[in-house]
Design a protein around this ligand. Structure first.
Ligand SMILES: Nc1ncnc2c1ncn2[C@@H]1O[C@H](COP(=O)(O)OP(=O)(O)OP(=O)(O)O)[C@@H](O)[C@H]1O
Length: 518
C-alpha cells in the first residue's frame, strides 16, 4: 500500500542510464526526474529510446549502466514484482485487460501478494473491486465483462489496477493511441483528478498538442540521448520539434499540404455502391479516381474502420458492390481484395500486421496471402532491394533489412506495415489510422508517401479521426453512426470537421461550398 510518509525527493530519478541491444544503442547516458504530483511528458522520434526507458523504470529490464531511485531510495531488486509495482504503475498502449473476465476479476488477477487486497470469495472480490474503483473515481460496474466496456473505460480499469499496488507515480505509454477525441478528453479529466490526489505521471505521446494540454514539464530524447528538460510553457512547438529532430524547421511547410488538383476526371479506380454491414455502416457509396486521396473521417462508433476493413476483405457486407479498376471484387475475402489490387494498412499492427520474428525485409514484402503458406529463410535480392528502398523512403530506423521487426520501436514497426501495403503496388491503398504511433517527422514523410502513391495515378483511402491524416486528402467524407453525414473539400476548418464527426452536421459557417449533405 501507499507509503504514508511524505515523499523524499523525486518519485523517480534515473541518471546515466545506458542500454544496448546487440549493436543498437537504445539509451546512452540518459536521465529523467519526475517530482511528486508532476505531469511530465517524454517525447522523441520513433526509436529515440522512450519504451526502453519505460521498461527500465518498471523493472522489466536492467540498464547496462546508471542509477535509479524512487522517492530517494534505490530501486528494488530485479524480479521483486510487488516492490516495483508499489513504486511505479504503468499502463501500456496495448491493453492487458482480459475481455472475457469481469472487471472485478481483472482487477484482482495476478496478485502474488497475500496482503489485505487479496479477497477470498466472489462476494468479497466484488465488494473490494467496487471500493477500488470508487477510490479512483472509476464509474464502472465490477460485475460487467471487461469486453463490454468502452476503450476508455477499460483503460480506466487498467489505471485503477496499476495504482492499486500503492504507487503514486504512473507511466502512460501512448495512452491516447486507441482513443477517439471523446475518449481522450475523458482520460485527461481522469489524469487531472488523479494529479490533484498527488499522483505524478510520465506521459508518452506523439501528439504534441496533448503534451501542451496536459503536462507542465517535458523531456526530449533523441537518438538514445537526453536532449532537454524544460517547463512546457517555455518550449514552443517549433523548439520542441527542433529538439526532437535536431533540425531547424523554420520556414518548413508541411510536406503534405494539398496543392490544387484539377486532373481528377479520369475513370474511377474505386467504386463502392450500396455497401451495408449490419451494426456498422449502411448504404455507403464512393467513387474515387486515379490521383485522389479520399479521407473517411469518423469517431469510434462511426463505422469508418469497419468500412475500410470491408474493402480489404475482412468483413462480408450484407449488400453492395466494390469495383476496382472496373472489375468487381468478391467481398469478404482477403485474397480476393489483394488480387484485385487493394493494399491495406490495418488498424492494429500487432494483430493483423506483422510477424514479429521475421525480418524487416520479409515483413515489408509479404502479403497476407503469403503468410498462409510456407516461408523461405533466404532473402532474395529483389526483396532486399525493395526493403532497402522502403527503409530509406519511409525513414525506418533499423540496423538493416534482416533485423527482426520485434527489435524495432513501435513507430518503426508501423512503417514496415505501410511498406508492406505498398509492396504489391496496389491500385487502391486503404490505410486505417496510418500515422498511429508514428513521430511527427515520420508522419510527414509517411503522408507524403501516400500522396506520392496517388500522384503516381493510384487511389488512396485514409480512414482516420486524426486531423493531420485527413489534411492530406483531396476530399473528406465524415461518417457518423454508419452514414456519411458530410463531405468536405480542402480548406475545411478543424471545427467543422470535428462537429461532423460528432454528429453535429448543421452548417456552422457560410462556406457552403465545402459542405454538402447527403
Ligand atoms: N529487444 C530489442 N532488441 C533489439 N533492439 C531493440 C529492442 N528494443 C528496442 N530496441 C531498439 O532500441 C531503440 C530504441 O527503441 P524504443 O522502443 O525504446 O524507442 P521509442 O522511443 O519507444 O520509439 P517509438 O516512438 O517508435 O515507440 C530502437 O532502435 C529499437 O530498434
Amino acid at each position: 500500500m501507499a507509503d504514508p510518509s511524505p515523499a523524499r525527493g523525486p518519485v523517480v530519478e534515473a541518471d546515466g542510464i545506458s542500454k544496448r541491444f546487440g549493436a543498437t544503442v537504445a539509451l546512452s547516458d540518459a536521465r529523467i526526474s519526475v517530482a511528486p504530483g508532476e505531469s511530465h511528458a517524454l517525447v522523441g522520434r520513433n526509436g529515440a529510446g522512450k519504451s526502453t526507458l519505460v521498461s527500465i523504470l518498471t523493472g522489466l529490464q536492467n540498464p547496462d549502466t546508471g542509477t535509479l531511485r524512487f522517492n530517494g531510495e534505490p530501486a528494488p531488486a530485479p524480479g521483486d514484482t510487488d516492490a516495483w509495482r508499489s513504486r511505479v504503475a504503468c499502463v501500456y498502449q496495448r491493453s492487458t485487460i482480459i475481455p472475457a473476465l469481469t472487471v472485478a476479476e481483472n482487477l484482482f488477477l495476478d496478485r502474488q501478494s497475500t496482503r489485505a487486497l487479496r479477497p477470498i470469495s466472489w462476494k468479497q472480490l466484488r465488494r473490494r473491486a467496487g471500493e477500488l474503483l470508487a477510490e479512483y473515481g472509476v464509474d464502472v460496474d465490477p460485475t460487467a465483462r471487461a469486453g463490454e466496456l468502452t476503450v476508455e473505460q477499460r483503460q480506466f480499469v487498467e489505471i485503477a489496477r496499476a495504482l492499486s499496488f500503492g504507487a503514486r507515480f504512473i507511466i502512460l505509454d501512448e495512452p491516447t493511441a486507441k482513443l477517439d477525441a471523446h475518449g481522450i478528453e475523458k482520460l485527461f479529466d481522469k489524469l487531472r483528478s488523479l494529479q490533484q490526489q498527488g499522483v505524478a505521471f510520465l506521459f508518452i505521446s506523439h501528439h504534441l498538442q496533448e503534451v501542451y494540454d496536459l503536462c507542465t514539464t517535458v523531456t526530449v530524447y533523441r537518438d538514445a540521448r537526453h536532449i532537454v528538460t524544460a517547463p512546457v510553457a517555455e518550449l514552443g512547438q517549433q523548439a520542441l520539434v527542433e529538439a526532437m529532430t535536431g533540425e531547424s524547421t523554420r520556414n518548413g511547410e508541411p510536406a503534405w499540404s494539398v496543392t490544387d488538383r484539377q486532373d481528377l476526371d479520369s475513370t474511377p479506380l474505386l467504386e463502392v455502391a450500396g455497401l451495408s454491414l449490419t451494426g456498422s455502416y449502411q448504404d455507403f457509396a464512393l467513387t474515387a479516381r486515379p490521383g485522389e486521396v479520399v479521407g473517411l473521417a469518423g469517431a469510434a462508433a462511426s463505422g469508418n474502420v469497419q468500412l475500410g476493413e470491408t474493402l480489404a476483405g475482412l468483413h462480408r457486407p450484407q449488400s453492395g458492390t466494390v469495383t476496382v479498376a472496373g472489375r468487381p471484387v468478391r467481398t469478404g475475402r482477403v485474397p480476393a481484395a489483394l488480387a484485385a489490387g487493394i493494399g491495406f494498412v490495418p488498424e492494429d499492427r500487432h494483430i493483423q500486421g506483422l510477424i514479429p520474428q521475421r525480418s524487416v525485409a520479409e515483413n515489408a514484402t509479404l502479403t497476407v496471402g503469403d503468410q498462409l503458406g510456407p516461408f523461405g529463410t533466404v532473402l532474395p535480392s529483389r526483396t532486399r532491394a525493395f526493403a532497402e528502398r522502403m527503409i530509406a523512403d519511409l525513414d525506418i530506423k533499423t540496423p538493416g533489412p534482416s533485423t527482426p521487426v520485434s527489435a524495432l520501436s513501435g513507430g518503426n514497426q508501423q512503417k514496415v506495415v505501410i511498406a508492406r501495403a505498398l509492396a504489391t503496388e496496389p491500385h487502391v491503398l486503404v490505410a486505417i489510422r496510418p500515422t498511429n504511433g508514428v513521430d511527427i517527422k515520420s508522419k510527414e514523410s509517411l503522408l507524403g508517401t501516400v500522396r506520392q502513391v496517388a500522384d503516381a495515378g493510384k487511389t488512396a483511402l485514409i480512414v482516420s479521426d486524426e486531423l493531420d491524416d485527413l489534411r492530406v486528402c483531396d476530399r473528406v467524407l465524415a461518417m457518423f453512426h454508419g452514414r456519411v453525414v458530410a463531405e468536405f473539400a480542402p480548406g475545411w476548418s478543424d471545427e467543422e470537421l470535428v462537429s461532423a464527426m460528432e454528429g453535429m452536421t448543421g452548417p456552422t459557417d457560410t462556406k457552403e461550398s465545402h459542405v454538402s449533405h447527403h
